[in-house]
Design a protein around this ligand. Sequence first.
Ligand code: 13P
Length: 253
Amino acid sequence: MRKPFVAGNWKMNTDTHTSVDLSKRIATGSSDVAGHSVTIAVCPPFTYLQSVTKALSASHIAVGAQDVYFESNGAFTGEISPFMLKDIGCTYVLCGHSERRHVIGETDDLINKKVTAAIAGGLLPILCVGELLSERDAGQTEQVVSQQLKKGLAGLSYEKASAVAIAYEPVWAIGTGRTATPQQAQEVHDFIRMLLAQMYDDQLTDEIRILYGGSAKPDNAEDLMSQDDVDGLLVGGASLNADDFLSIIRAAV
Ligand code: 13P
């Protein structure tokens, strides 16, 4: 039985005050379920990670970063290493978010290096995959997701891969208000689990959590979570509102 996992990706939002305030509200509102009934994580911008980890230190809410570099230290101006994230109390890190793939230009090869380095540094990566609308319309969803998944996990042993969660985020559903239907999400999640079974063994396939992301909201969270292979939600916009995020957490339990 996979424990539900709800993560909030705050993207490039919040400030010193709102990041701490939001964290505290989420912690207070989820204290009866956080950790034991549902894994909860928030992923603030780098600049607020430390204040958020401090604000959440007495809670069972984990903190994740939105990105990481693959080297552990050295002359890499502007980059942040897995060691640094671990050092300030991060547990998770998003790797290969579609905005990093399509806005910043990250490649599967770079994302694989980040996933590998994150695990080596003791972080739990959330590897994001998902197709563009043009790719879905052209019937290429499985091909795109398969390539992103296989390349993202390339070279990882069974033990290492078991540290990873997958987030299926169809790009056409991100920030658009156009959520994938529960059936569309289930189809791709089932496909991802089948690919994992080909790459690894059945035990990992049963254990690994596959989150859906893309306009997840309080009013669609329960339907999405009712699907067999939807183990959690990676929430963007709605995670910036404590009440909405808490409703989504409740729907996932
Ligand atoms: P929205 O929930 O705002 O569509 O964002 C989804 C997302 O990109 C989460 O990583």
